[in-house]
Design a protein. Sequence first.
Length: 164
Amino acid sequence: MEIGFNPVVSFRAAETNNTAKPVNIPPSSSNLQDSVELSTKQQEKKEEKKRPFRNFIANVAKFFATTTEMVKGTVKGTAYGLTTGAAILTGGWLFGALPSGFRKGGSLKEVCKHPLKSIGTKSKIIAGVAAFAVGAYHVIAAKLKANQKTANVDHQLKTGHRAE
């Protein structure tokens, strides 16, 4: 097949004398896309109506899987976060406040009586940030694990993934 130049085609904007036939514009692709989306949504609704009991069971299983994992993650995050914070504060007291109490002589009694007052601000900030980071890590890990479990429920019961 030979490819040639069509002399009727003009690339000048000012030239209005075109002898070419008008081109029929097909319906816009957005209308076509909307109709495809509508038909897809109708099919999804039909599938949901076919298996209402299966979807109900899947939703109950997903609820318990998500709740279980999030509670476990929250408890672990709180426990490990508090443990981390307490360990850092104890280290700050042992290696910062206690030696300074020995050096000053009479203030050792105050260091032991009011340990939080004698710990430095830097140690308190580091303990808070570390405790929060450990807690957030466990909550995020629990959310990811809960998502994985809900996906497994969807696959096992052959239902569609939930929209979130």
